[in-house]
Design a protein. Structure first.
Length: 97
């Protein structure tokens, strides 16, 4: 498996601090989607920048195509709340738990 990263940016920047009810629901789906990936051992880490500019998702996939599908299946991306940009990634250093 290879590592990949996608960078997320909100379509409506105010959503980050003041989501509309439908956005809040989709953001919940986004969180659950990534939580399941964590439970499955696919997700390395995910989270937003505290200034609200962007979020990152680092995960593992077998192929570039599978990585793109994983990103596109993210509810925040699929429902148009966020744009996403995919890149291959190498974890060079990782904090030990």
């Amino acid at each position: 498996m290879s590592a990949f990263i996608y960078v997320l940016r909100a379509i409506r920047p105010a959503m980050v601090g003041d989501p509309r009810p439908e956005e809040e629901s989709r953001l919940g789906e986004h969180f659950e989607y990534l939580s399941r990936a964590l439970d499955q051992g696919r997700l390395v880490l995910a989270g937003p920048c505290l200034d609200g500019e962007f979020g990152v998702v680092i995960f593992r996939a077998d192929t570039q195509e599978a990585a793109r599908q994983f990103m596109e299946d993210d509810p925040a991306v699929r429902h148009g709340l966020m744009t996403a940009e995919l890149h291959s990634f190498r974890v060079s250093l990782l904090e030990k738990a």
